[in-house]
Design a protein around this ligand. Sequence first.
Ligand SMILES: [Zn+2]
Length: 330
Amino acid sequence: MEITITGYDFNRYLKKLYDQTSRTMRFRGKTSEEFPAWEVEARAKVIELLSIDHLPPSVPVMHELDETDGGSYKIQKIAYQTLPELWVPAYLLTPTVGEPPFPTLLCPPGHGGGINQVMNEDGAYHKYPHRFAEAGFVALVPEHISFGERANPDSRYRGCSFDHESLNLLGSTVIGYRMWELQRALDLLESLPQVDNNRIGCAGLSLGGEMTHYLAACDTRIRVACIACFLTSFKGTFLKEPHCTCGYVPKMAHYFEHADLAALIAPRPLMIQVSTQDGSFLAQDAQEAYEELATLYAMLGVKEKVTLDVFEGGHEFDVQPALDWFRRWL
Ligand SMILES: [Zn+2]
């Protein structure tokens, strides 16, 4: 018998595996009455997959390192501890005009450059924390594990990959640690007198969008969210081409797609941003996720609380529509 070898394309197998085994816990209900039970079960599964149940809740204490004048707001460089071994440097922006407490935006940075890239460099972020502070928001920009001021100076460790793989070996995930630290950032914000605890939102670009995605899905203290240049699909991003390993949470796509994780944000307001020139997070994939979410939000009677901002540009944050979104809903 003659055997025809058709190729060695493992990618083709992965696509089939995705088609046959992904999204096993997506919401399949036909009525809004079925949503709350799914929400509880699905959120518990996401938290289980992030593998952070060994981490304790804690309310960090803020240590001020420096203060500068931003005009209508002050910029404090601060640090706080999330575990005895873990210090988080961060920038805290607080309006100096108007009456506190203020609406507040948590600003998780994207991959790589860290908090100084978000705060001080012209580029993809367009210094959005400053723009929000000028508009009367408190803004907190915390450094993630592995990046910026928390990067391992030894290049052999390749930053986030070593941390991600080590945590995998130990039974956890770096995405989980980052989210848990953002929850500690929420604890810190809630302890500050200038923060209106009922008006806390989250917005981020790229990995910052991914962390906004997970945090808003898992922690309902986030009242309004904006996910920029991330929310598309695992199928169209991490499973189509190599991305940094630190974003790959074991088993996540077996249970949930991006749209399923974002469904956990409903019925809270959610803006999805995607640009026309982003080569990795495609507008077409964001459109498909948005349409699924729009159907769900309509079922829940809040169709106006999810929106898709498709803008001309690259892999960047679209500041003004986000500001308008938070002013409207937060
Ligand atoms: Zn990474």
